[in-house]
Design a protein. Structure first.
Length: 201
């Protein structure tokens, strides 16, 4: 394990960030641990998750935050995705994604982001498909079973668990704000409790 992890390996593990799906895709093989699980679950390599967290934060900071769209159809991702977007000043769509939001200018809900961040490429298929049609870069939290077709930048992590999603979004918000140089003590105070980011469904 790397000595300069953003948070302790125990924190990642206690939030099940490493616990992947029962199936694995060939695309995700480089991000998976060689360790198995008696129940057939695939584990995500937390070193890869941690290093990608920094890469994703840096990548997002190349864009005007108001032109970043964060999406989560998955229930457990809705609260953390919304809080992440609010923390960094991005747009968000949680719950149902109305078809045409990114492709039909006649729709009242039509928006023109410059980049999209999805919680799960599978669950957020509609928004991902429209982003690709619109030529938008796609950043996604990807579990062991996700394919990376149409995903430009993958953040490997458990994207189905309540605790995992809250920690991933919380930590990413912290890293984005730190990289911007806007993470002051007041901001940190309001962000400090990860459980506040957990979905209540």
């Amino acid at each position: 394990m790397s000595e300069s992890l953003l948070i302790s390996i125990e924190a990642y593990e206690s939030h099940n960030v490493h616990v992947g799906a029962h199936q694995k895709s060939a695309d995700m093989k480089p991000f998976l641990s060689t360790e198995g699980d008696s129940s057939g679950l695939h584990y995500i390599d937390l070193d890869k998750t941690d290093s990608r967290m920094r890469v994703v934060a840096e990548f997002l900071n190349r864009y005007d935050p108001s032109r970043i769209l964060v999406v989560s159809a998955r229930q457990y991702g809705q609260r953390p995705a919304r809080k992440f977007a609010q923390s960094i000043g991005a747009m968000h769509i949680v719950g149902r994604f109305i078809p045409g939001t990114l492709t039909n200018p006649r729709l009242r809900t039509y928006i023109e982001p410059e980049i999209i961040f999805v919680t799960d490429p599978q669950a957020d298929q509609q928004s991902l498909s429209e982003a690709v049609s619109s030529g938008l870069p796609v950043v996604a939290i990807c579990d062991a079973n996700n394919t990376l077709r149409n995903v430009d930048l993958c953040l490997p992590a458990n994207n189905k668990g309540r605790m995992s999603l809250s920690l991933v979004y919380w930590l990413l918000a912290r890293e984005v704000l730190k990289a911007r140089g806007t993470m002051d003590d007041d901001t940190w105070e309001t962000m400090q409790d990860v459980t506040e980011w957990e979905s209540t469904f």
